[in-house]
Design a protein around this ligand. Structure first.
Ligand SMILES: Nc1nc2c(c(=O)[nH]1)N[C@H]1C(S)=C(S)[C@@H](COP(=O)(O)OP(=O)(O)OC[C@H]3O[C@@H](n4cnc5c(=O)[nH]c(N)nc54)[C@H](O)[C@@H]3O)O[C@H]1N2
Ligand SMILES: Nc1nc2c(c(=O)[nH]1)N[C@H]1C(S)=C(S)[C@@H](COP(=O)(O)OP(=O)(O)OC[C@H]3O[C@@H](n4cnc5c(=O)[nH]c(N)nc54)[C@H](O)[C@@H]3O)O[C@H]1N2
Ligand SMILES: [Mo]
Length: 821
């Protein structure tokens, strides 16, 4: 049974199942008011786009409009379930404030124009910049929310036709660490595990991953296992009492930024108690002695002092992991966006390698993705890597790519690793990048240190193109705004966290003159007159399906091999896991089942990096250390975060998500049910800290870090003492900035975060800052607008206060919005 109120019961009703059994089907559906299922004209296959889970769904179409969605019962990923964001988020497609015509800046104002005028301007500026200053003056910053075909086309244009090294995705903020941890351990990107491992596991460990809120359907799978026979035991590592923590056998709440010390102690205990699969380690890995040597210095008591977690809990965690017969681990932003991101994520891989827990049912590591199509950004090489996990530092890989594109290898930049997003932004700031094209991402809300971001994106001398569905904080700063079509309005493929490829078909026409991103990129290429070495128009494809066919050739023989797939095949079978090729015609549930890795010096995606400094290793060093291409056990010592709490800023500040909103809310903020469920920014504080600061539930407080501040109502929650949590969803597109802020922008969490990143993956540290907090005004009995079903649930007296005001929900949203102004 689907749940009656997906906002109140986001995980729906339970369909319990036992270990090794298939996950039962439960089909969730939401249709616009007044539309009955039999009145739907067509159901068009697609998948969810407001997270990386890849839940299969059908879009309901009536009279040429989207009127709802239904989970696909036969889909391997979700077996029919959908989360609240997917059930309601599609309404944003119909929002009256969609961008429907191109805009250009005239006399300081953005004014509507036609496509020819807008594209001519883009072509003129990029063409002139290319001629006058060379390819390195052009940069492209894209997304984890477009389709595979769109990324592959953009990669071909940037790396091939233009020859700039400056192409990256917002995946840099998201899953760059997943990619780099996989490269460091296995030589190549690519998710080893499968969601089906959840069905078999006896222990599931979630590291910095609030799965209940960020992959709600996968969490339903876990809840159903917990409700069935032989339930798994859960380990949660998170400084907040998330819904995951509440259901865990063991919850460790470390000081933010201390993950490496914790993981090293766990590894040390595994070695000390000989929970090591020596045969596996011997046959399939290098680096064991070094790992033992480094982790030996982290007895639980030492880690306990660093992490402020009781030593016996650390030992208990090692015992839980060490006793597992089928271990699944998932890792996300609590590791990826925290201090020593790659170093920590690699230690989770190490647990699996030590214990031989890879490549069989129930034994899998999931270095999770976040965005729906982040996997494709990485595969296609639109993420600061080369297409199909090729190694920029391997001349043969570069020659292969150039041959695919029929371009001279010298045109494909490979003098240095492709530029990462944070460096692209520095070049913009310094003025060496003069033309920047941003697609499907909103950096003026999502990058750290926003005051600075706003400054350099509005800089004199920068020509800024923004391609979006809505007028965002970023689009406001553009010279040209290109209106894009989005899910349901265009066709393409995308791949989720466990390598499942879905085809998403066009269901309805985009509004006004909005166009699919693929059409925009190809139109640009044609107008620029890009040619391959035989004088044919480049890229050599001209629609989604021909782009997919070209991609199949690019991926053939690489780990992410799509050569056995086609649109036809995806239409008839639904989701398939890559690699899908001649050898694996049905797709591949798990990588490395045969204990072979893509780590040979000639095939690996990267020669690896030093885990402390991030310094890239040379081919010779890699060959010497790993001549046979085995998995690598890489060790790292704990190094404290750059910014830690002190007298002036006594709290550790972390930022993240809530179940009901997606990122900068351009879609979820336009769906009434979701908007109501989490209408306004809040800050979470522990009861003991609230008492010490004299803060009551609902009080309006100012959280201030070195770079900026946020004003929000306090929620007294189960966050670790000494830590403040602020959701990063709330920017400025739906508030009157001048009225809201007395001159200071103080709503977006990223006013406070630092322009600092992991040295290995270059992922920004959204979860490591220091802040202070003070009361601005009393809440007057009104609680904070934070959801009560999630990690932000009130505790103690706050819970009673919130309970007492229930039923006033409709008026609350407004009060809160006014309250924080
Ligand atoms: N509802 C919803 N779902 C989403 C998204 C969304 O915006 N909304 N976005 C999608 C995307 S793109 C992503 S990347 C994923 C992100 O999914 P998650 O990573 O699950 O989400 P976050 O809230 O960013 O962070 C997870 C947890 O990290 C914890 N944490 C913070 N600092 C530390 C630390 O130092 N150590 C440890 N161990 N934990 C720490 C936080 O308390 C938080 O609960 O979600 C995806 N799904
Ligand atoms: N403080 C803090 N900051 C964070 C994080 C955090 O945890 N804390 N998390 C980081 C992470 S993991 C992520 S993924 C980023 C997300 O950061 P962003 O990518 O900036 O966030 P979104 O709101 O998803 O922006 C996507 C944009 O693409 C548009 N869009 C949607 N679909 C389409 C389409 O089909 N075509 C086009 N052209 N446009 C489209 C949307 O309207 C929206 O403006 O934020 C990062 N920033
Ligand atoms: Mo993300």
């Amino acid at each position: 049974m689907p749940s009656k109120d997906p906002i109140a019961e986001p995980w729906g009703t339970r369909t319990p199942y036992g270990s090794g059994q298939p996950w039962p089907v439960r089909v969730d559906l939401h249709l616009a008011r007044g539309v009955a299922p039999h009145e739907v004209d067509r159901w068009v296959p697609s998948a969810s786009i407001l997270h990386s889970n890849g839940d299969g769904l059908d879009i309901a179409v009536k009279d040429g409009r989207i009127v709802g969605v239904r989970g696909r019962g036969e889909d391997r990923v979700n077996r029919g379930r959908l989360d609240p964001k997917d059930l309601y988020g599609w309404q944003a497609n119909h929002s009256p404030d969609r961008l429907t015509r191109p805009l250009v800046r005239r006399g300081g104002e953005l004014v509507e124009t036609d496509w020819d005028t807008a594209m001519d301007l883009v072509v003129e500026h990029s063409g002139r910049t290319l001629e006058d200053r060379g390819a390195s003056a052009l940069g492209f910053y894209t997304s984890g929310q477009l389709f595979l075909e769109e990324y592959y086309t953009l990669a071909a244009i940037a790396h091939g036709a233009i020859g700039t090294n400056h192409l990256d995705g917002n995946t840099r903020l998201c899953t760059a660490t997943a990619a780099s941890a996989l490269k460091e351990s296995f030589g190549c990107d690519g998710q080893p595990g499968s969601y089906e491992d959840i069905d078999h596991a006896d222990v599931i460990a979630l590291y910095g991953h609030n799965m209940a809120e960020t992959q709600a359907v996968l969490w339903s799978r876990v809840l159903d296992r917990l409700a069935g026979a032989n339930p798994p035991r859960l380990l949660c590592v998170d400084p907040r009492a998330t819904p995951v923590a509440r259901r865990s056998t063991l919850h460790l709440a470390p000081r933010p930024g201390t993950n490496v010390a914790l993981m090293n102690a766990i590894l040390r205990e595994l070695v000390r108690t000989d929970r090591v699969d020596h045969a596996y380690v011997e046959a399939h890995t290098v680096g064991y002695e070094e790992l033992v040597r480094v982790t030996a210095a982290y007895p639980p008591e030492r880690a306990a002092a660093i992490c402020d977690v009781p030593a016996r809990e650390i030992s208990a965690a090692a015992e839980l992991l060490g006793g597992a017969e089928r271990l699944v681990s998932t890792v996300l932003q609590g590791f990826y966006q925290s201090n020593q991101a790659t170093g920590t994520a690699v230690q989770v891989n190490n647990v699996h390698l030590l214990r031989g827990m890879l490549g069989r049912p129930g034994a899998g590591v999931l270095q999770m993705n976040g965005q729906p199509t982040a996997e494709n950004t990485r595969e296609c090489g639109a993420d600061g890597d080369l297409t199909a996990f090729r190694n920029w530092n391997n001349d043969r890989h570069v020659r292969e790519l150039a041959a695919l594109w029929n371009l001279d290898p010298l045109r494909v930049p490979h003098y240095a690793p492709p530029t990462h997003a944070m460096q692209i932004m520095r070049y913009v700031e310094k003025g060496s990048i003069r033309f920047l094209w941003i697609s499907a991402t909103n950096p003026a809300a999502s990058l750290p240190d926003l005051r600075r971001v706003r400054e350099f994106l509005s800089k004199e001398g920068l020509f800024l193109v923004v391609q979006d569905v809505f007028m965002t904080e970023t689009a406001e700063l553009a010279d040209v705004v290109l209106p894009a079509a989005t899910l349901g309005e265009k066709t393409g493929t995308f791949t989720n966290s466990d390598r499942t490829v879905h085809l998403s078909e066009k269901a309805v026409e985009p509004p006004g003159e909005a166009r699919p991103d693929l059409d925009i990129f190809l139109d640009y290429a044609r107008r620029m007159g890009f040619r391959d070495d035989d004088g044919r128009p480049f890229p050599q494809w001209d629609d989604a399906e021909s782009a997919f066919e070209a991609w199949k050739r690019a991926s053939q023989g690489r780990p992410c091999d799509y050569s056995g797939l086609s649109y036809e095949r995806l239409r008839s079978t639904g989701g398939v896991q890559w690699p899908c090729n001649e050898q694996n015609p049905e797709g591949t549930p798990r990588l490395y089942a045969d204990g072979r890795f893509w780590a040979g010096p000639d095939e690996c995606e990267s020669y690896g990096k030093d885990l402390v400094t991030g310094a890239p290793l040379e081919e010779e060093e890699y060959r010497a250390a790993n001549p046979r291409g085995l998995a690598m056990l890489k060790a790292v010592d704990f190094v404290p975060p750059h910014e830690t709490p002190d007298r002036e800023y006594p709290y550790a500040l972390i930022t993240g998500r809530t179940l009901y909103q997606f990122h900068t809310r351009t879609k979820t903020g336009r769906a009434p049910e979701l908007r109501r469920a989490a209408p306004e920014v809040w800050v979470e504080i522990a009861p003991s800290d609230a008492r010490a600061e004299g803060i009551g539930e609902g009080d309006v407080v100012e959280v201030r870090a070195r770079r900026g501040a946020v004003r929000a109502r306090a929620r007294i929650s189960g966050v670790r003492p000494g830590v403040l949590f602020v959701p990063f969803h709330y920017g400025y597109w739906d508030v009157d900035v001048a009225a809201a802020s007395d001159g200071e922008r103080a709503r977006a969490a990223n006013e406070m975060t630092a322009d600092d990143w992991d040295p290995v993956s270059k992922q920004p540290l959204f979860k490591t800052a220091a802040a202070r907090v003070r009361v601005l005004s009393r809440g007057g009995g009104r609680p904070s607008p934070a959801p009560t079903t999630t990690a932000s649930a009130p505790v103690g007296e706050a819970a009673e206060a919130v309970e007492a005001t229930r039923g006033e929900a409709d008026t609350l949203e407004q009060c809160h919005r006014e309250g924080t102004r």
